[in-house]
Design a protein around this ligand. Structure first.
Ligand code: 0GY
Length: 305
């Protein structure tokens, strides 16, 4: 089926630079997506946007170009609860990818078990209103209870202003909980502001909560400018990510977010994004935990025992 992209859609950047930062051996890109291709894996009727295609082959080529070894592929909302594109990518990865699915209450135990065999290790609950329609919390809690039995975790995506209202639900989840993109702080409010303090407190009080210290390109106000010939872009996001890496070194993950859905003003150079990492994880030990130790413990525990 032929799909028309959402007007103004920015396609992923096809000529990423080589990062200067050398990723540690075995590094995991713990947040990325595949889109279609639409003629093979049609986008969902209930989607809020129609993206460009971004195939598994293109994702794996980026992985190799940047120096990653593995991917965690997160179901994007444009595919609704049809996880076939992610599962197809997992099957083609030679065990080098795991996945996060979106499921409905109607999913059967047999379907969940088949997803587990394919490499799915969690479900994503999305509370970003521009991306999804509302799902009742009792339905999500029921799903969380069922997937907990498989040893999966819950990935949550929300905007920082909504955290107070969602806190009781999040703290009642019976699994490890992984927050996308640091809970999307408004960086203009400052790393010591009340909003980010609430998020830090959430992680401090609940040691089942992890965070992806990802998406500076989405959160930055200062933008991609590299100053003084350096390759450090998105400087205003550094203090936020660095704070989480330093406070919770064993509960942070990093991902490219390729192919970067819904960006409005620029498409990042993924090589430059990788060069953001040594500014937020400043020692080889913290880099290893962020990129290898933590994601391996969560997604490939059988290889870390
Ligand atoms: C991201 C962020 C976004 C989109 C999705 O599933 C999605 O559609 O996650 C967004 O628009 O902020 O993590 O890719």
């Amino acid at each position: 089926m032929k799909f028309e992209k959402t007007p103004g859609w920015l396609d992923w950047y096809a000529g990423p630079s080589k990062p200067r930062f050398k990723l540690p051996d075995g590094a995991v890109d713990a947040h990325c997506h595949v889109f279609g291709p639409g003629d093979e894996f049609p986008f969902a009727p209930e989607r809020k946007y129609t993206p460009c295609d971004a195939s598994k082959h293109q994702l794996f080529a980026l992985r190799d170009h940047l120096g990653f070894s593995r991917n965690v592929i997160v179901q994007a909302t444009c595919h609704g609860a049809d996880n076939s594109a992610v599962i197809d990518a997992l099957a083609a990865s030679n065990g080098k990818a795991r996945g996060i699915a979106t499921v409905k209450r109607s999913v059967t135990d047999a379907e969940l078990e088949a997803m587990h065999a394919a490499g799915i290790r969690g479900v994503r609950f999305n509370f970003v209103k521009r991306l999804v329609d509302f799902t009742p919390k009792d339905e999500l809690m029921e799903i969380a209870g069922r997937i907990a039995k498989l040893g999966w975790h819950v990935v949550i995506y929300f905007e920082a202003v909504d955290l107070p209202e969602l806190m009781d639900f999040f703290t009642a989840l019976p699994t490890t909980v992984v927050v996308d993109h640091m809970g999307r702080p408004d960086v203009a409010k400052g790393v010591d502001g009340e909003e980010f303090a609430l998020f830090v407190d959430f992680m401090r009080r609940h040691n089942n909560v992890w965070s992806k210290v990802s998406c500076p390109e989405r959160l930055s106000v200062s933008g991609p400018r590299a100053l003084h010939g350096e390759r450090q872009a998105y400087r205003d996001v550094v203090p936020f990510a660095r704070r989480l890496v330093e406070l919770f070194p064993e509960r942070v993950l990093w991902g490219t977010d390729w192919p970067h859905p819904n960006l409005k003003d620029h498409m990042p150079d993924d090589g430059l994004l990788v060069d953001f990492i040594p500014h937020i994880a400043v020692t080889p030990e913290s880099q290893y935990r962020l990129l290898v130790g933590n994601p391996m413990r969560l997604y490939w525990p059988e290889e870390t025992r």
